[in-house]
Design a protein around this ligand. Sequence first.
Ligand code: CS2
Ligand code: MG
Length: 402
Amino acid sequence: MKITNAKVIVSCPGRNFVTLKVMTDEGVFGLGDATLNGREKAVSICLEEHILPSLIGRDPANIEDIWHFFYKGAYWKRGGVNMAAISAVDTALWDIKGKVLGAPVYNLIGGRSRERIMVYAHVTGRDAEETAEQAKGAAAAGFRAVRIQSGIPGIDHTYGVPGGRAPYEPAEPGLPKEYFWDTSRYLNFIPKLFSRVRQACGDELHLLHDVHHRLTPIEAARLGRELEPFHPFWLEDPVSGELQEGLRLLRAHSTVPVAIGEVFNTMYDYTTLISEQLIDFIRLPPAHGGGITHALKTAAFASAYHIQTGYHGATDISPVGLAAALHCDLALNNFGIQEYMPHQEIVREVFSWNYEYRDGDMHLAERPGLGVEIDEAKAKKYLYRCASLPVNRKMDGTLHYW
Ligand code: CS2
Ligand code: MG
């Protein structure tokens, strides 16, 4: 069997997605998600100019060898753009293998380890009261885990909290907007938010919170310690993960579980974090972390240290990327939880998929390969639109982490 052709499909049904389609001489084709929010064109050029010419002619069965050809062969290893491109190739090859063997991908990587995949929903409100109401609503709708984000008194705009009632979409039209941030107001408010939500929802609902890299290690330690009485399921990205040793400080002062890695791109970004047991959940999803092949290795490395998966699943991961994560979620013993942020309805015009949300869990139907299709004619109708993630400044204008 040979790869005869491959193409990159850039489409914007409500938001930008980059999808790789790899075709073979036997008519079987595979899909991979190459979306890198705000850097979509960089990945599509990387694929078209630097990767696909060397992919054509290879046997799609040899996934491991092809992975190493593009990883080691690039010389410039790692990096978000290169790894998003490799991830897409790898995912498409697993899709092809599943279709050739007539098996869902999860059956090729160990089979079902569980019946269903617990997900967490995004819950946001303009203040603690509204967030608590929304969390109650999500629990009533069946969610057993919710990520709570809220407007913060004294800060005009808070990440992930939409202005109106429309669902939040990461990336806004045009160039990056600039928002303002105040750590001290944030730190004073978040324990109150948790207290209010616990009061409204009781003890059983799992509560998660995304700090979005904005604290220093000692600030994160304070937050972790103050949130302990509300037993969060996790604190996400409390500190920017480039400083892996920084997490030691948080660990020394708090038992709050920590999730890190949605902006990472290989297992090597995790070496200190995992080997010193400084975190509890890995967030790097197959779509950005070297595809299914490298996700399995990262998860195996984590499992030796009792660390679980909690893959990034915001809407900038396409249905193809989310399906790749769900196959791993079903198969991996050290699965923890999966982020679930439903795509806009319009996305269904371009993609169809085999997963379904029911009662707090995701369920995967038994279909060969990944189980996701793309309608290329429809995809062409939605042209790429420039959209960006915002940037974040402290009140005095200093550029801060976003
Ligand atoms: C967030 C995302 O889902 C999350 O945890 O951090 O909204 C993230 O900011 C975007 O996916 C970035 O592309
Ligand atoms: Mg996050």
